[in-house]
Design a protein around this ligand. Structure first.
Ligand code: G6P
Length: 442
């Protein structure tokens, strides 16, 4: 048995990979990675070479004995993996741009993981992740699947519901971003803050907020009325909350809740961006060009600070912290997507939820129990229904199921509008939807 840990990253050509490499380097003493395999597809070959070369330079600079391998052959890489991380975007940013623009052209919110965009990100992604899980079951059945691929909650739900691979943890940087943001607001070190998270991915609430074990929820909630304080992530601009609302909510909303509790303002904002050609995918495309130009520089041996302009900043801390805690049976508390098993009473036992968990060698153990506050329970259940029907549509390729998912989403105003958007988006993404267009080569 070779010493050390083998990590395989699918979507290795992602601009976020230097985040992951930085995390591996930072935690090497507690997580002795022996091999890091970066996997991509033919279309991502050039990006893989650029990011892979930077990864090798970062590790060489750190003077660590980690082998970095780059390959397009996922199956050969998976053999003997201890952890498989997934961070891929089917259709790349062009697909994301369509997910944003097509709904907006019909006056409906277009966003990466919410509304029609979330449905189609799921329809493109779920068949691919299920194929990856089949390979894992065959080639590294004891490996942990650590998924960041969006929509992370829906993807985790699909793997739990449609495979028997239970060693999956869904991950997102929003909770860690919120904890870091609250620490900054209170001007204390991040390590002194802990938040009880409960809900779903991109639909998670802070039910209580602790500074050195003492609740500071009321103090933090009052600070969120200031727009400057109410986002915590770079991809969503804070709008500030009405004091009476946020105090009555009595929980810490995540940035994505602005799309639900500030529907009008956020839709107007996105429509303005759409009319000005500056939807988020267009902004990110420019950021990506800058980043890859930086990554190409043979003198660059660190993760460039520009990467922190992306919404997914710091996920490497979340990722490698999680892998290390599983590997070392640390039993520390982290917010992750895992099977509910009664943590949230009003969500099905076998569904994926995003909750604070004790992280052990046998996986996450939720510390949340009881139910969500009445005021937020309904929205969370509606989004969970949307996730489950979307996953069913992704697996079956059934048009009616896809229209059902579209229409029950709270950001879609009617079945008629939903049908128009669905038809346009199916056509726009057909090359990445083999379940809906079986004759199209997968
Ligand atoms: C976040 C979310 C990620 C999302 C990202 C988008 O904070 O946690 O799930 O993909 O932002 O950031 P981007 O820079 O791509 O708009």
């Amino acid at each position: 048995m070779k010493q050390g840990v083998k990590i395989v990253t699918i979507g290795g050509g992602s601009s976020y990979t230097p985040e992951l490499v930085e995390g591996v380097i930072k935690r090497y003493d507690e997580l002795p990675v022996r091999e890091l395999w970066l996997i991509d597809i033919e279309a991502g070959k050039e990006k893989l070479e650029i990011v892979g070369s930077l990864a090798k330079r970062m590790i060489e600079k750190a003077n660590l004995p980690i082998e970095v391998h780059l390959t397009l052959d996922r199956r050969s890489a998976l053999k003997g993996a201890d952890f498989v991380t997934t961070q891929f975007r089917v259709g790349l940013l062009d697909a994301r741009a369509k997910d944003e623009k097509i709904p907006l052209s019909h006056g409906v919110l277009g966003q990466e993981t919410n509304g029609p965009g979330g449905l189609f990100k799921g329809l493109r992604t779920i068949p691919v992740i299920l194929e990856i899980v089949k390979d894992i079951k065959e080639l590294c059945p004891d490996a942990w699947l650590i998924n960041f691929t969006n929509p992370a909650g829906m993807v985790t739900e699909a793997v739990l519901r449609y495979t028997d691979h239970k060693k999956i943890v869904g991950l997102c940087n929003v909770p860690i971003g919120i904890e870091m943001g609250v620490a900054k607001l209170l001007e204390v070190d991040h390590s002194r803050i802990r938040i009880d998270f409960a809900g779903l991915n991109h639909m998670v609430y802070g039910l209580d907020i602790y500074l050195d074990g003492v609740s500071v929820k009321d103090k933090v909630i009052n600070l969120l009325t200031n727009p400057e304080n109410s986002s915590f992530v770079k991809n969503i601009e804070g709008q500030g909350w009405e004091p009476e609302f946020i105090r009555a909510l009595n929980a810490l909303p995540c940035p994505y809740h602005m799309y639900y509790y500030k529907k009008d303002e956020m839709l107007q904002k996105e429509l303005k961006n759409f009319n000005e050609g500056t939807t988020r995918a267009e902004v990110v495309k420019k950021l990506e060009e800058e980043l890859f130009e930086l990554y190409k520089d043979p003198n660059l041996t660190i993760k460039p600070p520009q990467l922190e302009k992306r919404g997914g900043a710091y996920y490497s801390d979340a990722a490698v912290r999680l892998i290390s805690s599983i590997y070392n049976d640390k039993r520390d508390i982290q917010p992750v997507n895992t099977i509910n098993n009664g943590a949230i009473a009003s969500i099905p036992y076998d569904s994926a939820v995003e909750v604070s968990c004790v992280i052990t060698k046998e996986g996450p153990k939720p510390i949340i129990n009881g139910d969500l506050p009445v005021a937020v329970r309904g929205l969370v259940q509606q989004i969970k229904s949307f996730e489950r029907i979307s996953a069913e549509a992704a697996v079956t390729g059934n048009y009616d199921t896809a229209l059902l998912a579209m229409t029950i989403n709270p950001l879609v105003p009617s079945d008629k509008v939903g049908k128009t958007i669905l038809n346009e988006m199916l056509e726009a993404h057909k090359e990445h939807l083999p379940k809906f267009f079986p004759k199209v080569k997968a």
